[in-house]
Ligand binder design. Sequence first.
Ligand SMILES: *Cc1c(COP(=O)(O)O)cnc(C)c1O
Length: 645
Amino acid sequence: MSKQHKKSAKASKRLPEKYAGAEELYGIENWGKGYFSISDEGTLLVHPTREAHRAIELKAVVDDVAQRGIGTPLVIRFPQILHSSVRELNEAFIKAIKEFEYDGAYRGVFPIKVNQKKVVVKEVYETGRRYGYGLEAGSKPELIAALSSELGPDCLVTVNGYKDEALIRLAFNGMRMGKRVILILEKISELERILDVAKKKGVKPLIGTRCKLYARGSGKWAKSGGEAAKFGLTTTEILETVEILRSRKMLDSLVMLHFHIGSQITDIRKIKDAIKEAGRVYAKLYRSGVEIQYLNLGGGLGVDYDGSKTAFDSSMNYTVQEYANDVVYNIKTICEEEEVQVPTLVTESGRAVTAFHSVLVTNVVDVADRLEQDKTVHLSGDENTVVRELYDVFKGITAKNVRESYHDALQYKEELFTLFNLGYVSLEDRSTGEILFWNICDRIRRHLKSLKEVPEEFEDLEAMLSDKYVLNFSVFQSIPDSWAIDQLFPTLPIHRLREQPREFGTLADITCDSDGKIEKFIDLRDIKEWLPLHNFKRNQPYYLAFCLVGAYQDVLGDLHNLFGEANEVLAVVDENGRTRIQDILPGETCERVLTYMNYEKSEIMEGVWRQLRKNLEKDTMKDAEAKAIAKDFEVLLAHYTYLDV
Ligand SMILES: *Cc1c(COP(=O)(O)O)cnc(C)c1O
């Protein structure tokens, strides 16, 4: 990493003295990929077609749908970004195939598991139709969705995951309906089952084998590959599969070799290693007389969430085009060396196709800042000595003694609590001591701003002084990977972006779970422990967006505290740059989430009425009030699960 790079990363630990603008502060140019920018008025714009003159202003969308009764949290989807992503992937392979004169084609499939929402799947396969871009399914419901889709004639449907008889039957029904459905063996035991059902149905199966590579991925999903992977056949098992099929004169049913070394592969070298190994397996099999048609490289194509273009967990050190080039070039080279026909290339890239297409916007409902920081202290003289010591530290801070003052303050604070526990300090003194401590920290922070280099020991100070911005959403429902695997999503306000943010914030959601928080944010080199934010004024809405949440988040979300699915909006931009709201899908209501837990509305109302009747019998309530309360329950059952503020 260059020296200059390091230096700027160091500076980004603090709020910059000179405000270079929100573009730089939030790194939009690094991670935005041309889909995001900031307007002159300081609002966040989305360019679904990556054309500067065609923009959707998120704040305008939020305001527009709010007038129609659709509030935040709000998932805004951009179908045109899905189109762009599908085109980008397919065109990258077309370009690479042309450049390297590859004598074969690319037939990608979209893995439905990344986002099964109908609108997402539909937009993807409709754009993909002209490229012969198909679908991948890993369960019965996913396969049902895939088989009911209007795919083009050349498109594949690949089926991964464990397979029972019913799923195999479903696949063969799909074949009878005219789809090219390839069942990929995860376990060798599935082969007999497939052959049995095929015989009964009189269908010639199309079979793939997932192969366990020695090569592994990188990043958080490295364990998906390698010898100990959960799925896949060993070399011995692949050879056995070949023998079984050969003995039944069905070798031509083995049409695909598949591997998947994990999601979000951050390092291109890992991809190259896997391609080389899989390419060799393909070539050797081909040479031994198994004329495999498709080589399926699975998923793993990354998304640069932090924009650092590195092999960090939330980044990737290559582009989609480099990925396609490496696949095409390496497979071609191996096939030439081994003198075999090149395969049709298949990938199952999901994250890269969907991540950019949606943002989650929500509003700040409160800021839990420290009351102490705003208070001043006047000593009466009766305080405990330790309070007076803190007061002296506070009065004596200068730019030259910040370190010493900080150490003293920490020590006196410890003492304060020890003495309190022993009964020597009153509640009032404890409060005064705390106010002094936070004032000291605040003053030190101000001094730090004038220093060129911030000493290491103060790096936590800013995180410690950060305010907690409480947001109207559930981490568990809307960005579950933030909680589950510490995934970072670019996060920033959607307005006030020409105004220099002067607060340090961490984020909390409205669930009653201490894990419902976000304290790690993207940074070019490092991970930031706070987000630069504007001061929150209670009478003015302040909205933040979590970007790049289109992959996996919609489906992995759960109902913690019974916060349900968020409202959704589909937004497109027309040729003239005008925004059109294509569709609005209201989120889940209280009634809906309660039914998941087996509470029926009728039962709930019965329970309510039973209690109301008791009050009526005892004459502690009038008829009209009972009716009004019951009515209110009905109204609230139809409400959105989130806060209406
Ligand atoms: C999850 C999965 C994918 C999708 O991976 P991405 O990294 O999202 O592209 C593809 N293939 C298989 C077999 C998978 O399990």
